[in-house]
Design a protein around this ligand. Structure first.
Ligand code: T4K
Length: 360
């Protein structure tokens, strides 16, 4: 039996490069509390992306929570039902209420045309998700937010390396939050980051991340422990050197999948309107039964695709009152992410695409 092929695997720098950085931690004994490697990771990510600042933290969920907390308001936050549960749980942990707006069936991102009808006097922010690294319609969203005097926090967990109108996507909105989880384009094993162009917000995020302390003296915010450790930063610094390679690899393999699967007009692909990092390969089938058959056929050859994102988050009735989101619920039943990562060969891509076509 061939080795299992999972939906994703981390892109990892050679171990010697990580060890070299680990040695410096062992020598200094500094393991956490905004140490030299965390500062270096933040600086190098910013240089790579061409952005001024990033506040790193211990995971992408906490990055979202820190951003919401930094707004200093509670109320309704408009978001997408086609996302990972963390988008919603971060809103609820910050004592806000998620209000869903359905997605565009082509881009799979929040439909900007449907946002305005959900804005009320309780709305404090919009939290769109760049789903699978596909840039949202940022101009439309930002214009709506400005007109209504509400904030925008982008869930950019999937969007490392994406641009919008010539600028890094992390520069948009009041804040953009990313994830450095093992399954993401750039990983620190676990990790996250918040980007903002607003110096006051940046300073506030740093205080929130460190229990609410100002200069290790007075507590001036309702903070928590959101710090990234030196060990995680070391992994990130080494992996960052290989990010270009990882992005290029995904793009080539994505194109090959699309070339083969595009032969069958029953399979649809996510529409890219501006830019995408091709971090996932979502294929949309004609019905749920086909998805289940494809999973069964691929599992039989030791291949493990994933139903990102199923079910649609608005249907988690233990967490949120059910409000129908017909487009998201329909797509969630029919979408399947096929394996896409740097450890796969092009032959793996061709084999998986072929085995998928055989089912249809
Ligand atoms: N917003 C959005 C839109 C998100 O998608 C996410 C997270 C967040 C916010 C929150 O960010 P974080 O707080 O997680 O930083 C994964 C990830 O745990 C999660 O980060 C991610 N999104 C979500 C979409 O997927 P699973 O349930 O797929 O993990 P798991 O363990 O099944 O891993 C999938 C495959 O990856 C495995 O089959 C093998 C491979 N793998 C996984 C791990 C953990 C490895 O090769 N090595 C590993 O260490 O959740």
């Amino acid at each position: 039996m061939r080795k299992p092929i999972y939906v994703t695997m981390p892109s990892l720098a050679p171990l010697e490069e990580v060890n070299e950085l680990m040695k410096s931690i062992w020598e200094s004994g500094i393991m956490t509390h905004n140490g030299p490697l965390v500062q270096r990771f933040e600086k190098e990510v910013c240089e790579y992306l061409g952005v001024p600042k990033m506040v790193s933290c211990c995971n992408g969920t906490l990055a979202l929570q820190m951003a919401i907390k930094a707004l200093g308001k509670t109320g309704e936050i408009i978001t997408s039902p086609f996302t990972f549960i963390a988008t919603i749980s971060s809103i609820m942990w910050e004592h806000c209420t998620p209000v869903f707006v359905d997605i565009d069936p082509e881009t799979l991102n929040i439909d900007p045309k449907k946002i305005e009808e959900k804005i009320t006097c309780h709305t404090v922010a919009i939290m769109p998700v760049h789903v699978f690294g596909n840039a949202c319609e940022i101009d439309d969203i930002d214009e709506i937010a400005k007109r209504h005097g509400i904030s925008v926090i982008y869930d950019a967990a999937h969007a490392m390396g994406v641009h919008y109108k010539g600028r890094c996507i992390m520069e948009y909105g009041d804040m953009s939050c990313t994830s450095f989880h093992a399954t993401k384009m750039l990983n620190t094993a676990e990790g996250g980051g918040v980007f903002t162009l607003n110096d006051e917000l940046d300073a506030k995020l740093r205080r929130i991340r460190f229990f609410g302390f100002e200069n290790h003296a007075d507590i001036v915010e309702d903070g928590f422990n959101g710090k990234m450790t030196e060990v995680h930063a070391a992994v990130g610094i080494a992996n960052l050197r290989y990010l270009d390679k990882a992005l290029a690899d995904r793009k080539t393999k994505y194109a090959r999948y699309k070339e083969i699967l595009g032969q069958n007009s029953d399979i649809r692909f996510q529409k890219i309107t501006s830019d995408c990092n091709f971090s996932y390969f979502p294929a949309i089938f004609k019905d749920e039964n086909t998805v289940l058959k494809v999973i069964e056929a691929l599992n039989a050859v030791n291949v493990f695709p994933r139903r990102y994102f199923f079910p649609s988050v608005n249907t988690f009735s233990k967490l949120v009152p059910y409000v129908p989101m017909p487009v998201s619920e329909d797509i969630a039943k029919r979408v399947l992410c096929l394996p896409l990562h740097i450890r796969m060969t092009m032959e793996d891509v061709e084999m998986i695409a072929g085995a998928t076509l055989d089912v249809l």
